[in-house]
Unconditional design. Structure first.
Length: 155
């Protein structure tokens, strides 16, 4: 009887070990996870930024409620970016971060903080419903995006 149990346990253990090894190989690295997260946050920001851009440029009519909703979303998303730039994501394939981001980290972090601050101001201003002030706050936020992209994003 003991031999019979061993004949069942050993294959079961080998199967469990093999399954664990396959699962470990399929798991993305911490850097890959950070990059995926970062891209998702940026994609969601762009999704909300684009309609405000259309309004700010006069391409579509200004809608105060829509503008406020989207500004609030951008303000909520912007602080999430900081955690997505962990050092593990430095050399991950598919990243558009220039090497200068990592060597000038203090400047990058200051630019990211500026984006967070301007996004918060944008959300606060948009709550007031004033079209001119909202458009200006949007342009200030867009400028913060551009300042970072120009210096630290490869195209």
């Amino acid at each position: 009887m003991p031999h019979r149990a061993a004949r069942c346990i050993v294959p079961a253990l080998l199967l469990a070990f093999a399954a664990g090894a396959v699962q470990a190989q399929g798991q993305p690295s911490k850097g890959e996870q950070l990059l995926k997260y970062r891209k998702a946050v940026y994609q969601t920001m762009v999704w909300n930024f684009a309609p405000m851009s259309q309004m700010a440029q006069g391409k579509v009519p200004y809608d105060a409620k829509e503008f406020e909703m989207r500004a609030g979303r951008v303000a909520a998303l912007a602080p999430m970016l900081a955690e997505s730039y962990g050092p593990e994501s430095r050399d991950v394939a598919g990243s558009k971060a220039k090497p200068e981001l990592w060597t000038n980290r203090a400047d990058f972090d200051a630019k990211l903080k500026d984006l967070v601050d301007r996004s918060a101001t944008l959300a606060a201003v948009a709550k007031g419903g004033d079209e001119a002030k909202s458009k200006q706050a949007f342009l200030d936020t867009a400028g913060a995006c551009k300042a970072c992209h120009d210096k630290y994003k490869a195209d």
